[in-house]
Design a protein around this ligand. Structure first.
Ligand SMILES: N[C@@H](CCC(=O)N[C@@H](CS)C(=O)NCC(=O)O)C(=O)O
Length: 217
């Protein structure tokens, strides 16, 4: 793997949870280099990538000093701190803590509910029947999590932190809403979530990031 220069390198794969890191990086306005690997081709389990991220997952953020940051909340916070004038994260105090709380909740919901839907067979150790049960139970929990977020959005005036612009937790939540679409989970009856997803999708940096992924896929 080549060494990074003066800009951080974001290692990701198109249309995965790494897309969220790509969107946040783009919104931050911080210069970064984007490198796509292919999960389908198994690049994430190749020795060269495992040397970078032994977890064998995307995304991974390689900082100019060589430090590698993994886990979405950490990568998102890195970009938020590198771009304090962006609207990604509140600067300090209680709003900042609530932002971290929502990032943790979104990440926890992703791992606990959404990932078992996407990888049910893996969660069930290859047992097809068990995988069907895992997927169906997890789908219900995805829906319950999105119902919870819908209530929070409605109570906060449309964003999780009651802010003028969507912040990083809103962008994470919009990603979870997008996952629901991939999973054919009907969320048409969640108006606040749908409105948030439209706002996030309309951000020019998000549109640009998705276009880059589409061009590469
Ligand atoms: N804990 C990681 C999880 C990210 C994740 O779920 N990545 C998936 C892609 S959506 C992945 O790399 N999967 C490859 C694998 O598990 O083999 C994070 O928060 O960044």
């Amino acid at each position: 793997m080549s060494q990074p220069g003066g800009t951080p390198v974001l290692w990701t794969s198109t249309f995965t949870s790494g897309t969220l890191a790509h969107q946040v990086a783009a919104i931050s306005g911080v210069p970064f280099e984007l490198r796509f690997i292919s999960l389908r081709a198994g690049d994430h389990k190749a020795p060269a990538y495992l040397a970078l991220n032994p977890k064998g997952e995307v995304p991974a953020l390689q900082l100019p000093d060589g430090t590698v940051v993994t886990e979405l909340p950490a990568i998102i916070q890195w970009f938020g701190e590198a771009a304090p004038d962006s609207f990604l994260l509140p600067q300090a105090g209680t709003p900042r803590i609530k932002a971290i709380e929502w990032l943790a909740w979104c990440h926890w919901s992703m791992g606990r509910h959404f990932n078992p839907c996407f990888a049910a067979l893996r969660f069930a150790d290859g047992d097809e029947q068990a995988a069907t049960a895992v997927r169906s139970a997890a789908l219900k929990r995805c829906r319950a999590a999105l119902d919870f977020a819908e209530a929070a959005l409605a109570a906060q005036g449309g964003t999780l932190l009651d802010t003028e612009h969507p912040t990083a937790p809103d962008i994470f939540l919009a990603t979870l809403g997008g996952f629901a679409g991939f999973l054919k989970l009907d969320i048409g009856d969640l108006p606040a979530l749908n409105a948030l997803m439209r706002r996030v999708a309309a951000l020019p940096a998000v549109t640009a990031a998705l276009a880059r992924e589409k061009a590469h896929a």
